[in-house]
Design a protein around this ligand. Structure first.
Ligand code: CMC
Length: 428
């Protein structure tokens, strides 16, 4: 039994449970033996108070607005690091030295091409298909292409699958965009950086040379860093749950993409920019604030609020700064940025948002930069998926390599009919 225990009293019976301590953050009651001891389950839909696993990847303190990857604050990583370096860090636990980073980037660049057969697969989609629908399908389909590395019990197989996923995601996302605009898909150019290559595959055409704009490359890379991981969010938990049965890694990531698509999760970046466009000018803001507060109106301020952050999302701070940098460097502006800043100001001084601790999240400003770079709104969540793939595979690896790993199998509070006899058709 752990040093500290918690006692649960139900009627005349008491049960003692170990209290586990992480390296930082709230302690947890270990209730794994609850059912055996008390024949009771815990009830926590939405997992608001449930730690679903042990993890050493990412730490969030939602009250203080802190986000750490392997201990490093997101602000420092966004300022000084690169997406490749953060990917290495998430996968391996430590920052790489120069030769480790070069080796990692080289390995990833060797896996950037897609099997040529996949081009045919794309052609099966309607031209107006949402890129997330294409990503779900294509990433799931990868499970039919790589039979050589799917022994998930073999760490080397897991490593190759992880590298393939991280490397191919930009090619897959860019191809989804190219398909939607009717342009030829671009093959990767491995002489470019991970992010530069993605920009070229998205905005370049085979007929002309494409020069990567270093300001855009830096901003895009930073956006990828900001989305790389976020501990046990809905899509990551989906990947873990899918993977817990021993499923094919590509299929597990496709499950994560499906979950990310929803407007309460990754789909919020698309919804947030659409909302800002609908609001248009700052004079319309009060009307939308009133709608967001109205319980009878389903409208919510997209890009606001978070399950974990009850303070400013630290990713939103970096994102807001990046908008300014991109606008200054590219000498562009967008009146929607002014609308967004004003909306934030009005919302943060409104008692409704103050009491409920609703602050801008990562998605509030990301759409403004992505739009300035030239992405259509439908691509926003696909970019989130691209970046989050490293988090998904890091969690998937962490879970599979945990010797205590079990299939995820929640229980329920059953409220349906109790046992009854089948009624013949003629007697109903
Ligand atoms: N606008 C207006 N009211 C809100 C909002 C919002 N954006 N978010 C939460 N509320 C209210 C909600 O109505 C509820 O009020 P009450 O207590 O009176 O019923 C209260 O705040 C708590 O909200 P909740 O839905 O119970 O909280 P949650 O933790 O289940 O939901 C959330 C978190 C992110 C789904 C929610 O804040 C939301 O829908 N935000 C808009 C969508 C969004 O921006 N999502 C991106 C999240 S960050 C990127 C990512 O990680 O995917």
């Amino acid at each position: 039994m752990a040093d500290k225990t918690a006692t649960l009293t139900v009627g005349d019976s008491s049960y003692e449970f170990p209290v586990l301590e992480g390296s930082v953050g709230p302690e947890v009651f270990d209730i794994r033996k609850l059912y055996g001891a008390a024949h009771m389950f815990t009830y926590d839909p939405g997992f608001t108070s449930t730690a679903s696993c042990e993890s050493a990847l990412t730490y969030i303190d939602g009250e203080e607005g802190v986000l750490l990857h392997r201990g490093y604050p997101i602000g420092q990583l966004a300022e000084h690091s690169s997406f490749m370096e953060v990917s290495y860090l998430l996968l391996n636990g430590e920052l790489p030295n120069q030769s480790e980073l070069d080796g990692f980037a080289r390995t990833i660049s060797r896996h950037t091409m897609l099997h040529e057969q996949l081009a045919t697969f794309y052609r099966g989609f309607r031209r107006d298909a949402h890129p997330m629908a294409i990503m779900c399908g294509v990433v799931g389909a990868l499970s039919a292409f790589y039979h050589d590395s799917t022994d998930i019990a073999d760490p080397e197989h897991r490593r190759i699958s992880s590298h393939r996923l991280i490397a191919k995601m930009p090619t897959i996302a860019a191809a989804a965009y190219k398909y939607s605009v009717g342009q030829p898909m671009m093959y990767p150019d491995n002489s470019l950086s991970y992010t530069g290559n993605f920009l070229r595959m998205t905005f370049g055409v085979p007929a002309e040379p494409y020069e990567v704009n270093p300001v855009v490359e830096k901003a895009m890379d930073r956006i990828f860093i900001l989305h790389a991981d976020h501990e046990q969010n809905a899509s990551t938990s989906t990947v873990r749950l899918a993977g817990s049965s021993g499923a094919n890694p590509f299929a597990c990531i496709a499950a994560g993409i499906a979950c990310l698509w929803g407007p309460a999760h990754g789909g919020a970046n698309e919804a947030a920019l659409n909302m800002l466009r609908e609001i248009g000018t700052p004079d319309k803001i009060p009307h939308y604030i009133e709608r967001a507060k109205d319980k009878n109106d389903p409208f919510r301020l997209m890009g606001f609020g978070h399950r974990v952050y009850k303070n400013y999302d630290p990713r939103a701070t970096v994102m807001q700064k990046t908008v300014r940098e991109v606008f200054e460097s590219l000498k562009v502006s967008d009146p929607l940025f002014e609308t967004a800043l004003r909306l934030e100001e009005i919302a943060l001084s409104d008692p409704y948002f103050i009491e409920k601790k609703l602050f801008p999240n990562v998605d509030f400003y990301s759409g403004i930069i992505l739009s300035a770079i030239g992405f259509p709104t439908t691509m926003f969540t696909a970019l989130f998926a691209l970046a989050r793939t490293v988090g998904w595979v890091a969690h998937w690896n962490e879970m599979i390599s945990d010797p205590g790993q079990k299939i995820g199998r929640p229980r329920q509070l059953y409220t349906g009919p109790v046992e009854r006899d089948y009624v013949e058709m003629g007697k109903r």
